[in-house]
Design a protein around this ligand. Structure first.
Ligand code: HEC
Ligand code: HEC
Length: 265
């Protein structure tokens, strides 16, 4: 009995001083975006996995990014690979694996490479919640039709090779104020396990198997989305910064094994 009282006291103490009030208020207002019923609850849980991945899908996540670090505005922003445009296009052929994959399999890839983690099983709660969230975003959208704003834009060839040294300068001028001089990110939030501005290289960012490690895809993302709120890079700027980022340290492609990936790039 005495032990029970002690436990209760400890639990109460933890509950009262553990968390700052703000994230909870944020959670409540996030919940209010979705219907108050059972369906809305599952959609909300998918939203949480999407926007707080290291916390809400902890065992599958291997870095400090969230899905929304790249799929901006919680997967809603056009030209940042939005989920409303992706949902109705699967199953789809994917050249990376040379076969037709389901949406669940496509999500598993982003966990393995972009999140440097592990594939959640197709019937895991995290996967079901993510699919529910994406389906909710895609309600009333056409099925099987390539919608404008899907994926990232393609940056055309400029006639000059990407120049990483020029990219280094642009990074210092346009990116480092938010993402840090060493690409390390800014504003680590311990409870969430994420950064206010996510790391763009190093061991807390995506690995070398990720789409973002491909200079052309990264350049397309940057052209449409970075610097955040003021995306004005030229095609050449975007390619040059992408080339610079491609030279930085990050976890190897897990398909190539840990050691060879670390020794030879
Ligand atoms: C480091 C950046 C990054 C992170 C983090 C990330 N992704 Fe992606 N994702 C990409 C890139 C790059 C693509 C490929 C886009 C393309 O081919 O145009 C992609 C594609 C996708 C697609 C297919 C889009 C389409 O239109 O076919 C889905 C679905 C997806 N991601 C879901 C997720 C989920 C869920 C998470 C979190 C678990 C996540 N992603 C985390 C970068 C990221
Ligand atoms: C005003 C601050 C700001 C500036 C300047 C900025 N970013 Fe970002 N960037 C962000 C934020 C915030 C996110 C994540 C978005 C989210 O979580 O909603 C992000 C996401 C990213 C991502 C995808 C996630 C990751 O960590 O890999 C990349 C890559 C990126 N930025 C590169 C750049 C580059 C390159 C520049 C300079 C050309 C730049 N950013 C300038 C704030 C900024």
């Amino acid at each position: 009995m005495k032990r029970l009282v002690l436990w209760l006291a400890a639990a109460l103490a933890l509950a009262s001083c553990g968390r700052p009030a703000e994230p909870e208020a944020e959670d409540r207002s996030a919940r209010a975006q979705f219907p108050p019923d059972k369906h809305g609850e599952l959609v909300y849980q998918g939203y949480r996995v999407f926007t707080q991945t290291p916390k809400a899908a902890r065992i599958y996540t291997g870095n400090s990014l969230t899905c929304a670090s790249c799929h901006l505005d919680a997967g809603r922003k056009a030209h940042a690979a939005p989920m409303w445009a992706a949902f109705a296009m699967y199953p789809a052929y994917l050249s990376k694996v040379d076969r037709v994959v389901t949406l669940e399999e496509r999500i598993q890839q982003c966990f393995r490479f972009s999140m440097n983690g592990f594939s959640p099983p197709q019937d895991s709660h995290e996967m079901r919640a993510l699919i529910a969230y994406m389906q909710w975003l895609a309600i009333d959208r056409p099925v099987g039709v390539e919608q404008p704003g899907r994926g990232f834009p393609t940056v055309p060839r400029t006639g000059s090779d990407p120049n990483p040294l020029r990219g280094k300068q642009i990074y210092a001028q346009r990116c480092a104020s938010c993402h840090g001089g060493q690409g390390e990110g800014m504003g680590y939030q311990e409870i969430q396990g994420t950064y206010a501005v996510p790391p763009v290289w190093g061991f807390n960012s995506f690995n070398k198997g990720a789409g973002m490690h491909r200079a052309d895809l990264l350049a397309g993302f940057l052209k449409a989305n970075m610097p955040l709120g003021n995306a004005d890079l030229s095609d050449q700027d975007a390619l040059d910064v992408a080339a610079w980022m491609g030279l930085q340290e990050r976890w190897p492609d897990p398909r190539k094994g840990l050691l060879p990936g670390l020794l030879a790039q």
